[in-house]
Design a protein around this ligand. Structure first.
Ligand SMILES: N[C@@H](CCC(=O)N[C@@H](CS)C(=O)NCC(=O)O)C(=O)O
Length: 202
């Protein structure tokens, strides 16, 4: 069975959420998220960057959550949750998937790392503010698109909504004051999905 190495709140939620949407059986393997464990040769053998998640499918070991999502769509999606290849919708699907983990998640990750690496009295407020500003610009980009349609790709829910949705989950916790009011309907729509509700409690 598909194995998902998971720690609470981490990007493994994307993979679990996708499995719930596709009705794919999976096993969750809890990971000790401490820096000490993630630095062990045992964990580095699975993820050489020491990060979470890791997924093992049929003897294939992967790190990078977005690649895991695409791999599962390719192997088990049967065309679900992804527009037809080589269409405008598919181009935009790729755009939002990559955006979810790069443009939007990167400044969120910087906020997490900055707070983790520096004792409270040594955090640099200007860095945190700049990263929050970058998050806000990205959130507006999502809001602009989802005000016109139900989902990122028109009226069909796709894995791009999962890629971006996980990052919105993080933003709602890390930078709640930066969530634009115009994003509320889409964010609520994501949270209303039974698959999301099952996922966030794992
Ligand atoms: N691009 C990677 C990012 C992985 C990542 O940053 N994971 C976080 C948890 S969600 C982590 O392990 N952070 C610990 C660290 O960077 O030290 C992915 O999508 O899998």
């Amino acid at each position: 069975m598909l194995q998902i190495y998971h720690a609470p709140m981490t990007r493994s939620l994307r993979v679990i959420w996708l499995c719930e949407e596709l009705d794919l059986p999976y096993e969750v393997i809890p990971v000790d998220f401490s820096p000490e464990y993630r630095a062990t040769p045992e964990w580095r053998a699975l993820n050489p960057t020491g990060k979470v998640p890791v997924m093992i499918d049929n003897g294939i070991t992967m790190f990078e959550s977005g690649a895991m999502v695409q791999h599962l769509l390719n192997c088990y999606g049967n065309g679900r949750l992804e527009p037809q290849l080589r269409t405008e919708d598919h181009a935009h699907f790729l755009q939002w998937c990559w955006f979810g983990e790069s443009t939007l998640a990167r400044p969120l990750g910087e906020i997490v790392n900055h707070r983790r690496e520096f004792p409270k009295d040594q955090t640099i407020p200007a860095v945190l503010t700049e990263m929050a500003n970058r998050v806000e610009v990205s959130l507006h980009a999502v809001a602009q698109t989802t005000q016109k349609t139900n989902w990122l790709i028109g009226d069909t829910f796709t894995a791009a909504d999962i890629m971006v949705g996980y990052s919105l989950h993080l933003a709602s916790i890390l930078t709640p004051d930066r969530m634009p009011a115009t994003l509320e309907t889409y964010w609520q729509r994501l949270q209303d999905r039974p698959s999301y509700q099952k996922t966030i409690i794992v």
